[in-house]
Design a protein around this ligand. Structure first.
Ligand code: THU
Length: 133
């Protein structure tokens, strides 16, 4: 699956966003190292703080199916440029994505900016930081 197809999967997933409060719909999709595709959308709640972002819903759907290595992630929203993932999602990406794993930031007008989790969250906390525990 190429980046356009993964982005299209994210655009389709975005249709299921539940956003009665922000009205800002986000979709995301990941592909695992063994070729499986998972998607997610943001799901809000009347208790605003428990809202879950699209990226984490996609990542956690993959993880719940046993995925421990993600090969690419796409995220999309109705933004002028490629949508910027929030800090919590950048940290969540760090768990299952390598330094060079592509992250595609898209919008509804065909923008696909390619970056990496290392660029998005330099110096991220990760499992290596706990080796003295
Ligand atoms: N949102 C995401 O789904 N992903 C992000 O990385 C940024 C924010 C959602 C959360 C909330 O439902 C809405 O966008 C506005 O913050």
């Amino acid at each position: 699956m190429d980046k356009e197809e993964l982005m299209q999967t994210a655009i389709t997933a975005r249709k299921n966003a539940y956003v009665p409060y922000s009205h800002f719909a986000v979709g995301a999709a990941v592909i695992s190292a063994d070729g499986r595709v998972f998607s997610g959308a943001n799901i809000e709640n009347a208790s605003y703080g428990i809202t879950m972002c699209a990226e984490r819903n996609a990542i956690f759907a993959a993880a719940c199916a046993g995925v421990r290595e993600i090969s690419a992630l796409a995220v999309v929203a109705d933004t002028d440029g490629g949508v910027a993932p929030c800090g919590a999602c950048r940290q969540a990406m760090t768990e299952f994505m390598g330094a060079q794993t592509p992250v595609y930031l898209g919008n509804l007008h065909g923008t696909i900016d390619t970056t990496t989790v290392t660029e998005l969250l330099p110096g991220a906390f990760n499992k290596e930081d706990m080796h003295n525990a």
